[in-house]
Design a binder for this molecule. Structure first.
Ligand code: 4AD
Ligand code: MG
Length: 431
């Protein structure tokens, strides 16, 4: 028996005998001929079963095939211009591994709730398949970007004794005799690693108990976070810009087929070139007020404000120097205007809102100590973090990009729930 092949490589096997293992997407019987569309996870192929050339038992068994039944077929590949992928398979043998029960997901309108309840099966649809292939490409592009620039990957812990991004969104858990929190960000550990390796990144799942039911929020999401010693705010703005350009370019270069499945307007992605526009928080507030927003200086942006702001551009917008009061405890103040933080948010175009948050960190021991006290954070839990300011402290900066928000933007999706295989949302822990 020939060894199994992958449908993505079908053109290498023209006129050859092959074995294909996969699932039935569609089945049609026309008396003496049956047509199967087989998917194997890498591609699809039309297979033809003809009564005249096959074992009678096998031909008969195949006539009962249902959508998603698992099969192994052998046969000969034949180029055919009329076939969807340019090839067809003339089946000589078919082995049915399991005859699937009626598949719950049909090509009709299902409610979102129904689809989410069947997420484990929904992943097989061509649209979900395309999204998750693009997610994979983006994850790989993130790694390649940093690996190619001498960043060291440093995995940071998930069980942590302290908060990074505010105490209101912590998931608390028991860690033997102690209380632990699921990591909201790997940043603080990234800072320790940056002092060891210079340029580092961490890339892992992060957790936030956000009581927000929006199209941008997940309770569990993946974040890639570079951290760079001797870097300042301007350096990481440039880094974020180059990073986003590279990721979008990579998806355009490698995932045209998937973008087509999603009917993504690729001209919107082709416009993502440097330089990105940059505005200060103050300028942004002034513009919003001019545009009719009720925002007051000192307020954080709501989703609508972010959309209003980014709608002025066809590229990601970098907003920098927010009021320190609405940002995390670790942010370095602007020496010229101490009430402003040396931070940035990158807002994606087309109303996708913030996809990157980052900036420059406090590197002075006394400043950090008083900031911890102002924020009511336990000095004891942050002893190790304070240590970093005692032994060779240097200016340093970094950022974090939420993978799901980047996927939603690049794929042009309405909601982050489709950007991760099994989303954890405010009211969903199943499947
Ligand atoms: O702006 P955030 O909170 O920044 C940090 O966590 C920093 N410690 C990162 C750093 O400087 N190393 O989160 C960063 C990004 C956001 O811009 C967004 O893309 C994503 O993480 N994010 C979420 N994505 C999905 N669901 C949520 N609940 C998210 N919260 C943040
Ligand atoms: Mg943020």
């Amino acid at each position: 028996m020939p060894s199994p092949i992958s449908l993505s490589k079908i053109e290498q096997f023209n006129e050859k005998e092959v074995q294909i293992r996969g699932w039935v997407r569609r089945h049609r019987s026309k008396g003496k001929v049956q047509f199967l569309t087989i998917r194997d996870g890498t591609g699809e192929l039309q297979a033809i079963l003809s009564k005249a050339t096959m074992d009678e038992e096998q031909f008969k068994a195949a006539s009962h095939l249902t959508q998603e039944s698992s099969i192994e077929v052998t046969g000969r590949i034949r180029a055919d211009d009329r076939a969807p992928g340019g090839y067809e398979l003339d089946v000589s043998h078919i082995h049915i591994l399991q005859l699937a029960e009626p598949f719950p997901i049909q090509p009709k309108e299902h409610s979102v709730g129904f689809l989410m309840d069947h997420r484990h099966l929904w992943l097989r649809s061509s649209r979900q398949h395309a999204i998750l292939k693009i997610r994979h490409e983006i994850v790989k592009a993130c790694r390649d970007f940093f690996d190619d620039r001498e960043f060291v990957l440093v995995d940071t812990p998930i069980f942590t004794p302290n908060a990074c991004e505010g105490t209101t969104t912590l998931f608390q858990t028991q860690y033997f005799e102690e209380t632990a929190y699921l990591a909201q960000s790997g940043q603080l550990y990234g800072e320790a690693a940056a002092a060891a390796f210079g340029k580092v990144y961490c890339f892992g799942p992060t957790f936030r108990a956000e009581k927000s039911k929006t199209r941008r929020h997940l309770m569990e999401f993946w974040m890639v976070e570079p951290e760079v010693a001797f870097a300042e705010l301007a350096d990481v703005m440039e880094l974020a810009e180059a990073f986003l350009v590279m990721i979008v370019q990579r998806v355009l270069a490698k995932r045209q087929e998937e973008l087509k499945v999603l009917e993504r307007d690729v001209s919107k992605l082709e416009a993502i070139t440097p330089p990105f526009p940059r505005v200060t928080y103050r300028e942004a507030v002034a513009r919003l007020q001019k545009g009719g927003s009720a925002i007051q200086s000192g307020d954080d942006f709501g989703a609508e404000d972010e959309t209003l702001l980014s709608n002025e551009y066809h590229k990601p917008l970098i907003v920098h120097r927010y009021p320190a009061a609405i940002k995390a405890f670790y942010m370095q103040s602007d020496p010229q205007q101490p009430d402003l933080a040396m931070c940035m948010d990158v807002l994606a175009p087309e109303g996708y809102g913030e996809i990157i948050g980052g900036g420059q960190r406090i590197h002075d021991y006394q400043t950090l100590l008083s900031r911890l006290q102002e924020h009511d954070l336990s000095e004891d839990a942050f002893r190790w973090y304070l240590d970093l300011r005692r032994y060779g402290s240097v200016p340093h900066a970094g950022f974090g990009m939420g993978i799901e928000r980047a996927v939603a933007w690049i794929c042009g999706l309405d909601h982050v729930r489709e950007t991760i295989p099994f989303p954890r949302m405010l009211s969903r822990l199943y499947p």
